[in-house]
Design a protein around this ligand. Structure first.
Ligand code: AMP
Length: 188
């Protein structure tokens, strides 16, 4: 099963990806987590990305694509994967098409999480208090929501036009949202 999770920051992509990963024994690939690991390790890529991430903006397409390509080459993706946080704009969606075409691993579905902005802001405040991620500061969350609306929301239309988009209500208990996702996926 090869999936993309689309949704605003705090819409539950990471939480649900962790559950789905167990369910299908597939890899969970979060470009945000990969970038945070690079920042923590102080790699040249991490040093380049940090300021952009802290400002709530998108890291360069080229840099994220290279990182993703490397990650997809690992053996734990053999049964499939969930891309959490990629693609974030139309250029990335086109780049992903090219990459998955080259490695012969087309997507099975794209799941879009629908969560109202006031719920998003509340969830990010809770995460900010718990984890202290600079980009979860309420001012930065507002910026990230703007970036999402401008650059990432059109990606849903890109996949809708191909008939691979499943829209899921992301509000409610974690297990209920999980059941909705499983029900929305194509049967294999
Ligand atoms: P996330 O954990 O997915 O919310 O990502 C945290 C931050 O990492 C984002 O606000 C961006 O700065 C950066 N990031 C993650 N994924 C991407 C991507 N696909 N393209 C560009 N920047 C990204």
């Amino acid at each position: 099963m090869r999936l993309v999770f689309l949704g605003a920051p705090g819409s539950g992509k990471g939480t649900q990806a962790a559950k789905l990963r167990e369910h299908f024994s597939i890899a969970h690939i979060s470009t945000g987590d990969l970038l945070r690991a690079a920042v923590a390790a102080g790699t040249p890529l991490g040093l380049q990305a940090k300021a952009v991430m802290d400002a709530g903006q998108l890291v360069s397409d080229e840099l994220v694509l290279g990182m993703l390509e490397e990650r997809l080459a690992k053996s734990d993706t053999a049964q499939g994967f969930i891309l959490d946080g990629y693609p974030r704009n139309i250029a990335q969606a086109n780049a992903l098409d090219g990459l998955l075409g080259r490695i012969g691993q087309p997507l099975d579905a794209v799941v879009k999480f629908e969560v109202p902005s006031e719920v998003i802001v509340g969830r990010c405040e809770i995460r900010y208090a718990a984890e202290g991620r600079a980009d979860d500061h309420p001012d930065t969350v507002r910026k990230r929501l703007g970036v999402y609306a401008e650059q990432t929301a059109p990606v849903a239309d890109f996949y809708k036009a191909r008939g691979t988009l499943a829209v899921v209500d992301g509000v409610g208990p974690v297990d209920e949202v999980f059941q909705r996702i499983v029900a929305a996926l194509p049967s294999r």
